[in-house]
Design a protein around this ligand. Structure first.
Ligand SMILES: Cc1cc2nc3c(=O)[nH]c(=O)nc-3n(C[C@H](O)[C@H](O)[C@H](O)COP(=O)(O)OP(=O)(O)OC[C@H]3O[C@@H](n4cnc5c(N)ncnc54)[C@H](O)[C@@H]3O)c2cc1C
Length: 367
């Protein structure tokens, strides 16, 4: 049985930032991530980030990951357990971890505090033949192309015109793949117009108020049928268009990966504005359980910039709750929360702010 002061589950921007902040207090940190490379979503992001300048806006995601990893390496009190999945949380406070490509290493870890920063999973869409080879999530397409240098196909239909759908479409075009069209169920484009304009200039049509009805093919996707939809999201007969594509890429939203928080018995709530079930939390990112903190997309689907700030807040507060000293703790805490507020002052964050209000546990005296 291994012991640690603080276990951080997930090595994306939230988990890495939490580890750096908490390690500065001297606490013993154990960071567990299931990938071969740390960085979470960042290591797939070849584009320059939007968001706050202070939180690396204008820098490519892969570069942000490198910066965070360099910081991590400075701390001898951070132990990394990579290629390892936290599979369970038990009543006695023990985390079970399965490590290695064959899952043949089993670790039991007893932490004093835990930060869950597991990120999100991609949403699926219901349509005829959605199990045919050639139907991918946008994250899978990014992993294939940007991590392994493999193109998913030759002709792609993108479903979803939020930032993820737009950015992945652009990356497909950069890789020399034809994007036949983007369909979006809402009557408007959800992502930044700067991304949409770039794609339109390259000749890709974006059909709003449209969805994917069915795909068909023998051994994989050969054709897709899209159709206009009404305000109740019902297909309008007679508006179908057939597209010759071998790949369908779904960018239809993310859901917080909250399984471990359910297992631990945190107070959970379905909050549509945050992407699904999330743990209630206070201003310090502490859940309803005193030993469990949350940060990043698992706390509500947002951005890497907010994930990093939430990670820092969770890391600081978890370390201090264990009795470790952080110079100027109160001021640091206040400044981080102010930065988060400024980041969310953007009109595009209105929905998230409504969700966060619903997720707040009002039990601590504001510091
Ligand atoms: C295409 C795309 C473009 C984006 N562009 C931007 C942008 O320009 N600007 C911006 O600010 N944001 C952007 N984002 C959003 C940003 O990437 C995410 O909000 C951010 O990565 C969330 O960070 P996180 O640390 O919460 O989760 P993640 O980055 O998802 O990291 C979570 C990590 O935890 C690991 N994990 C999960 N469960 C376990 C477990 N049980 N055991 C061990 N490890 C586990 C995962 O494998 C992963 O490595 C983009 C996202 C996408 C998909």
């Amino acid at each position: 049985m291994k012991k640690t002061n603080l276990a951080i589950i997930g090595g994306g921007p939230a988990g890495l930032s939490a580890a750096i902040c908490a390690a500065s207090s001297g606490a013993k940190i154990t960071l567990i991530d299931d990938s071969l490379e740390l960085g979470g979503q960042l290591i797939k992001q070849t584009h320059k980030f939007f968001g706050s300048k202070k939180q690396f806006a204008g820098i490519r995601g892969i570069e942000i990951a490198k910066n965070l990893l360099q910081e991590i390496k400075k701390y001898k009190n951070i132990e990394l357990i990579g290629n390892a999945t936290v599979t369970g949380y038990y009543e006695d406070g023990i985390l079970t971890i399965v490590q290695g490509s064959n899952g043949d290493i089993f670790i039991k870890l007893l932490p004093d505090r835990i930060i869950v920063a597991t990120g999100a999973s991609e949403n699926m869409l219901t349509f005829v033949n959605n199990d045919l080879p050639g139907v991918y999530g946008a994250g899978a397409v990014q992993t294939l192309m940007n991590l392994y240098g493999v193109v998913p196909g030759n002709n792609v239909l993108m479903v979803g015109a939020g930032n993820i759908g737009l950015i992945v479409s652009y990356q497909l075009l950069q890789a020399g793949i034809k994007v036949e069209a983007i369909v979006e169920a809402l009557p408007r484009i959800g992502g930044y117009l700067v991304h949409a304009s770039k794609i339109r200039r390259l000749g890709v049509p974006i059909y709003t108020s449209h969805s994917l009805k069915e795909v068909y093919g023998n051994d994989g996707v050969e054709k897709a049928v899209i159709s206009e939809i009404n305000k109740d999201f019902e297909f309008i007969p007679g508006t179908e268009k057939e597209l010759k594509v071998d790949t369908v890429c779904l960018a239809v939203g993310l859901s917080p990966l909250s399984d471990l928080l359910w297992q631990a018995g945190c107070q959970m709530k379905y909050i549509a504005e945050l992407g699904g079930y999330v743990a209630l939390r206070d201003d310090h990112m502490k859940s309803s359980l005193d030993n469990i903190y949350i940060a990043g997309d698992v706390a509500g689907i947002e951005e890497a910039s907010s994930a990093m700030l939430e990670g820092k807040i969770a890391g600081l507060n978890a370390a201090v709750s264990l009795g470790y000293r952080v110079d100027n703790f109160l001021e640091l805490n206040r400044n981080l929360r102010k930065e988060l507020e400024e980041l969310r002052a953007n009109p595009l964050s209105e929905k998230v702010k409504i969700g966060l209000e619903k997720a707040l546990l009002k039990r601590e005296v504001d510091q």
